[in-house]
Every structure is written in structure tokens, then in C-alpha cells.
Design a protein around this ligand. Structure first.
Ligand SMILES: [Zn+2]
Length: 321
């Protein structure tokens, strides 16, 4: 018996290889009668069907999904991503971690129309305090603007696209590039390595890359790829003579790292400026505390970001526009 729930169409196709074309056609007609377009997600033998673009499995069954509902889902994912990234821009502005109308945060997410992915980015010239969810532009893999209006700054698209190219995994969906004052000052030292002198540095005992070869304004994606290569498997990059990059699977993760890198750099530079001998934390304590911090990173990052999101939404609700 064919049933057609309003949002998803489910259809069990086990053991029907010999008459699957007939069943798909039957389903297509049923969907059409409800004004829906049908596509399947994942089975090779069905890809010849003109209305089928992909196929997937849910609860062990082959599934049929309406194109309309898939697009609605993509649009919802895109909208949520836009809001989170817009909030991050505003929070980092409050923290004094932005640089004029330069610097950039990007997030890879589903395109609103459901066709592939976009890299969300602030349009050049908009101040971080005025970023809204809908103001962000979306770039395709060729850095062409396919969502929203505005100018795509060259440095933004080259740095971020290059890093996303080198780190295409979901754990690097969000990339933040900042010239926040303390970590940027740290990057100007002959040796910008973190000293293990405070609890904040414990989470950066490992997982921090250093680019010791600054080579001018980034003008091509290749420069972003060079920076991405400097990061190796790390999720923080101190860009020598330049600034900072953090990456995360979510906005919250990249944001929380950026905040604590800046605070750690601030503490280190203030302590160094005292001219007094520094008290280093023993290596075994660094190791243990670093491992402890990794277990809690996601939770604390979400708590931090969600707490700040409430502040931003309450005080400047237009961020959700
Ligand atoms: Zn920069």
C-alpha cells in the first residue's frame, strides 16, 4: 500500500529489482498527483530514471524523498548556518577581535537551493557589528557568488578557499581568520610559540601550526592552500607577521578556539613584558591537561557560543534578519 506523508515519501524497494522501474513510475505518478517532484537518493541501478538524482537508505530501507522537501531541508540548514556565522561576527566584534572591515569568518554549508554547498562569507565593506544572517554571501567552489549580493574580497576568498581545499573534511567546515591584537603581536615575535605558563596554554600544548614564511598579501587560492598545508592536522595556525586562523567542525568550535588563542597570547605577552622570570608548567602536567581539555572542548565551546548567541539575539535581534 502506497502512503504519501506530507514531508517525506517512503517506499520499500527490497527484493524488487526485476520490476523496480515499474514501481518507480507508479510512485512518480502518485507524487505528481500531489504536486510533488520525486528523486531517489543512492542506488546505481536506478540512476537511469530521469527523475532520479540520488539514492539513500533510512532504517535499512531504500528511500524516496521529494525534491521539494530536500530543498526545504537544505534551506533550513543554510539558514541556521547563516545565523550562527552572523552571530560569530558580532560576538568577535564585541570582543575587539575584528580588523576594520577586513578579516573574515567562513562556513561551508548546504546551498539554499539544495544544489551542492556554498561557502558563507561577509560581503566586503560591511562592518562586523552590522552582519545579519541574510547579508552573508554564498560562494561556490570557484569562488563565484551564488547567494546574496555584495563584493567578495580577494584575500577572503583566497585564504579561506585554499584552506577549505586542503582541509575538506567536515571537522574544518568553519574557518576564522583574524588579526586580533594579542595573537597578532605574538605572531610578530621571532619565536611566536606558546609558552606553557598558564592554564589557557594547556589546550594549545599541541594542535597549533606556525607559518614562519610570511610572503605578502594573499592574492591566489594557492596562498590559502600553503597556509592550509602549514596547519597539517592542526586546528590553529599562528600566521607569522600576520595573524591567526582557527578551524572547527562548527562555528562554536572555531569561535571558542579563536577566543582562547587570543586570551592565551594576551597572558603570554603581558607576562613576558614584566621582565620577570616565567614559571613554566611541567611537561607531564601539560600533557595531561591538554588531553583533559580535548575531552571537554565541544561542550565548553557550545556553552560559550550559545551563551553569547543569547546576548546578541536579545540585544541586537536584527542579526537574525
Ligand atoms: Zn589577514
Amino acid at each position: 500500500m502506497l502512503t504519501c506523508p506530507s514531508k517525506y515519501f517512503w517506499w520499500s524497494l527490497q527484493g524488487v529489482q526485476e520490476n523496480i522501474t515499474k514501481r518507480v513510475e507508479m510512485f512518480r505518478r502518485a507524487a505528481q498527483s500531489l504536486g510533488k517532484t520525486v528523486f531517489l537518493t543512492s542506488q546505481t541501478s536506478l540512476r537511469a530514471q530521469p527523475l532520479i538524482s540520488s539514492i539513500g537508505t533510512c532504517r535499512g530501507r531504500r528511500t524516496l524523498v521529494t525534491k521539494a522537501s530536500a530543498t526545504e531541508d537544505a534551506a533550513a540548514v543554510n539558514r541556521k548556518a547563516r545565523l550562527e556565522l552572523a552571530v560569530a561576527y558580532r560576538v568577535l566584534d564585541r570582543y575587539g577581535m575584528n580588523e576594520g572591515v577586513c578579516n573574515h569568518l567562513t562556513l561551508i554549508t548546504k546551498a539554499t537551493n539544495g544544489e551542492g554547498q556554498v561557502m558563507l562569507l561577509i560581503p566586503h565593506g560591511r562592518h562586523w557589528s552590522q552582519v545579519t544572517a541574510s547579508s552573508l554571501i554564498g560562494l561556490n567552489s570557484q569562488n563565484e557568488i551564488v547567494e546574496g549580493d555584495g563584493h567578495n574580497e580577494l584575500a577572503a576568498s583566497t585564504i579561506h578557499r585554499g584552506i577549505h581545499n586542503i582541509r575538506p573534511d567536515a571537522s574544518a567546515n568553519c574557518v576564522m581568520h583574524l588579526h586580533s591584537p594579542y595573537v597578532t603581536a605574538l605572531s610578530c615575535l621571532e619565536d611566536p610559540r606558546f609558552l606553557m605558563i598558564h592554564q589557557h596554554m594547556m589546550r594549545f600544548y599541541k594542535g597549533v601550526g606556525y607559518d614562519d614564511n610570511y610572503c605578502g598579501y594573499p592574492e591566489a587560492v594557492a596562498e590559502g592552500e600553503r597556509l592550509g598545508a602549514c596547519m597539517r592536522e592542526d586546528d590553529v595556525l599562528i600566521m607569522g607577521n600576520h595573524g591567526l586562523v582557527t578551524i572547527g567542525g562548527t562555528v562554536a568550535e572555531a569561535f571558542d578556539k579563536a577566543y582562547y588563542v587570543e586570551r592565551a597570547a594576551m597572558i603570554q605577552l603581558i607576562a613576558m613584558s614584566s621582565g620577570k622570570p616565567l614559571k613554566h608548567i611541567p611537561k607531564e602536567v601539560c600533557e595531561k591537561t591538554y588531553l583533559d581539555s580535548r575531552k571537554k572542548l565541544e561542550f565548553y565551546a557550545n556553552q560559550h557560543f550559545n551563551g553569547m548567541m543569547k546576548v546578541i539575539l536579545k540585544e541586537t535581534p536584527d542579526v537574525a534578519d
